[in-house]
Design a protein around this ligand. Structure first.
Ligand SMILES: [Zn+2]
Length: 343
């Protein structure tokens, strides 16, 4: 009897000791911290919610700068040193347009993880964040008002208990695959030596004016001219930290903040920016690092997937639109393989 009571008391003590420790490891908390450190130019890694050596080094830099004990441990004093970027706590207020702080950065991370991303986690609740909140609310079937309160956070966190375990409610488990953005053969592949740099994507040498389709479900986070060489550029944020880039376009058919499905027409092939002739430069990044998209490409062409008229009114290809828009599928995939047979 006594030992059972002691065991109970021990469990209580352990619960008290370890519950905050588990919260420390929450990816949302780490992401909010990374966003704050990044804004203070102490951290140049990605806001991915994973506490690694780069994050710890940035904590030490912050502690040194503010005259705190440089132990690399993110405690209350260190958090206060972040100023407004360290408060208020996530869930302490409904977040809306114009708000800024720790909770907004955490929200932005959750949105990005769920595939409704604002494109970046900077702790500032602007138009892209508001559009992302509305998309997430619509996907969750709750009131679409662009204000992130308790219900929206619950929907975004799903089964995430803050213990660092894999969430089950909001993070999809389907494979990461992309549709081909245009119909046509591949030219230069990823990693080809371009003299002063390695090729960061795949080129599709197709004629000027060829329609370009989004490679999967996501939201447009950039649509405009890029002076760094990409020319007319569209960037789509997908779930799990993936973005897809469509460069050198002759014209753009979407706008920033817009939700897209696999196959949504985003523009037309051109030769704007640093380009020697009409082609589509297609790039995929994971947490802003270019990766080889070739192994992730489905055989389906995004542009074709959304032209059911070509196959007749009940040709079957319109099924793709339905399935990618369906909430279950939408959460599970970036893109789905063609569901209608070639006729
Ligand atoms: Zn290229």
């Amino acid at each position: 009897m006594g030992s059972i009571r002691r065991a109970g008391a021990l469990a209580l003590i352990l619960g008290v000791l370890f519950a905050p420790a588990a919260a420390e490891a929450s990816p949302v908390r780490v992401a909010a911290l990374q966003a704050a450190l990044q804004a203070l130019r102490l951290y140049d890694g990605y806001v991915d919610g994973v506490e690694g050596p780069l994050t710890r080094r940035a904590i030490v830099s912050l502690q040194r700068r503010r005259g705190l004990a440089a132990d690399g441990v993110f405690g209350p004093r260190t958090r206060r040193a972040l100023g407004w970027r360290g408060r208020p706590g996530l869930g302490s207020r409904p977040m809306r347009f114009g708000n800024k702080g720790w909770d907004v950065a955490g929200l932005q991370y959750l949105l990005q993880r769920a595939g409704s991303g604002a494109g970046r986690a900077d702790g500032l609740f602007g138009p892209l964040t508001e559009a992302a909140v509305k998309r997430a609310q619509a996907a969750a079937g709750i009131t679409v008002d662009g204000v992130a309160g308790a219900q929206t956070l619950r929907a975004l966190r799903g089964g995430d208990t803050g213990s660092g375990s894999t969430p089950t409610g909001s993070v999809p488990t389907g494979p990461v695959r992309f549709l081909r953005p245009v119909s046509g053969p591949m030219g230069d592949g990823f990693g080809v030596n371009r003299g002063d740099h390695l090729h960061s994507g795949i080129d599709f040498p197709v004629p000027e004016g060829t329609p370009v389709g989004a490679a999967g479900v996501g939201s447009v986070i950039f649509a405009g001219y890029n002076s760094g060489g990409y020319g007319n550029l569209v960037v789509v944020q997908h779930r799990l930290g993936y973005t897809s880039w469509y460069a050198h376009l002759s014209s753009i058919a979407v706008s920033s903040g817009q939700a897209v499905d696999g196959g949504t027409r985003i523009g037309y092939v051109g030769s704007t920016g640093n380009s020697t002739g009409p082609h589509l430069h297609f790039e995929v990044r994971r947490y802003d690092t270019p990766i080889d998209p070739a192994p992730l490409l489905l055989s389906t062409v995004a542009g074709r997937a959304m032209t059911p008229a070509r196959r007749g009114p009940s040709g079957g290809c319109d099924e793709i639109g339905r399935v990618t828009r369906g909430s279950a599928r939408r959460g599970d995939w970036i893109a789905v393989e063609r569901l209608c047979a070639e006729r």
